[in-house]
Design a protein around this ligand. Structure first.
Ligand SMILES: Nc1ncnc2c1ncn2[C@@H]1O[C@H](COP(=O)(O)OP(=O)(O)OP(=O)(O)O)[C@@H](O)[C@H]1O
Ligand SMILES: [Mg+2]
Length: 325
């Protein structure tokens, strides 16, 4: 199956300040701010929605193609993705800019100071679905440069490529027109519950208007409450998906992306909605249990065992068993 994953590619620079920012901010001298914090820990993590989704999808046995832009600091990241089964041939490196980078310093009281540098992500709109020589079976439009997020759905509709619209954290800044055009004609819409409320407010579309505008399903994730899927005729059939139980919670970064990967695996296998959702739930807990969105590991066999422990036997276990030797 030719699955194309679009979305941001980013590095996350996570720093820790062994003190409290507020002890260094003098309210009487706030006219000019120039502060430097000596941090005692820094982690550089591979991130971005597209590689996060693709990484887990590759662990699940697919060979997803990432279509995105990265910067001159990307070669080692590319090698990592290739080593893990992701097709990076449609990732374009933009000369003389860095890959999108998120810098965040957290203090002892969990106050944060962060900056996000768009970098090469701003070029995502130069990529096009018209450039694929073989037909694309399924794609996902995940958070990315705003213009790219308008262009990709438009191209998919023109080319008849089924797309999952995943505006997620971009719902906060996207315009009503942009969100509406992404939703209308999407095969599937996926957001978390907070983003779903915001999406309705922003577009002025009711829940039922959104369901009618989407061709196959509306998926809303609910954190530890799992997810809900509306599918069937006019998307009026409601399917509740329980979450799986994590052994521990190390870091929630990237749970949403892992859920999407599991869900897409279910679509690739042609499974019923409930099984797609459960695959998402199991994929998500692996990410919860590790630090970073691409630090988890599993084989199809260990994944299958975990799925069976959580949900028993169903269409998903039957389909996955066929791939486990
Ligand atoms: N505490 C938890 N325990 C078990 N599963 C969880 C937990 N939190 C999240 N999940 C799983 O991850 C899925 C996505 O979670 P959530 O709705 O929080 O996404 P999100 O807000 O988009 O996350 P992200 O921070 O990655 O953007 C849920 O549907 C659920 O399956
Ligand atoms: Mg999310």
């Amino acid at each position: 199956m030719h699955i194309v994953i679009t979305g941001s590619i980013a590095f996350d620079y996570l720093m820790h300040f062994p003190g409290n920012f507020l002890d260094h901010v003098k309210p009487e001298r706030i006219q000019k701010l120039s502060l430097s914090f000596l941090v005692d820990d820094m982690v550089k993590q591979r991130g971005g929605c597209a590689p996060n989704i693709a990484y887990t999808l590759a662990l699940l046995g697919e060979r997803p193609v990432v279509m995105a832009t990265a910067g001159e600091d990307f070669p080692a990241y590319r090698a990592w993705l290739e080593d893990h089964g992701v097709d990076t041939s449609s990732i374009r490196e933009i000369p003389n800019v860095f890959t999108a980078s998120f810098f965040v310093t957290t203090d002892e009281s969990l106050n944060q100071i962060a900056s996000f540098y768009t970098g090469a992500m701003a070029y995502a709109k130069v990529l096009s679905f018209h450039d694929f020589e073989t037909p694309v079976d399924l794609t996902i439009v995940s958070p990315n440069d705003p213009e790219a997020m308008d262009k990709y759905p438009e191209e998919c509709r023109a080319l008849g490529i089924p797309y999952i619209y995943d505006p997620s954290q971009q719902v906060v800044r996207a315009t009503a027109a942009s969100l509406r055009q992404g939703v209308v004609g999407a095969d599937i819409l996926i957001v978390n519950d907070y983003e779903y409320e915001l999406l309705k407010d922003r577009t002025g579309m009711s829940a039922s208007a959104i369901r009618q505008a989407v061709k196959r399903a509306v998926v809303v994730t609910l954190g530890e409450e799992g997810a809900v899927i509306w599918a069937g005729e006019d998307r009026e059939e409601e399917i509740r998906i329980p979450s799986a139980t994590p052994a521990r919670i190390a870091d929630p970064t990237g749970v949403g992306d892992a859920f999407r990967a599991g869900f897409i695996k279910g679509l690739a296998l042609g499974l019923p909605w409930a099984a797609c959702g459960r695959l998402g739930s199991v994929a998500a807990v692996y990410v919860l249990e590790t630090k970073g969105p691409q630090a988890h590991q599993f084989t199809l066999q260990t994944f299958l065992t975990r799925y069976q422990a959580a949900f028993g036997e169903d269409e998903a276990t039957e389909a996955l068993t066929a791939f486990v030797v």
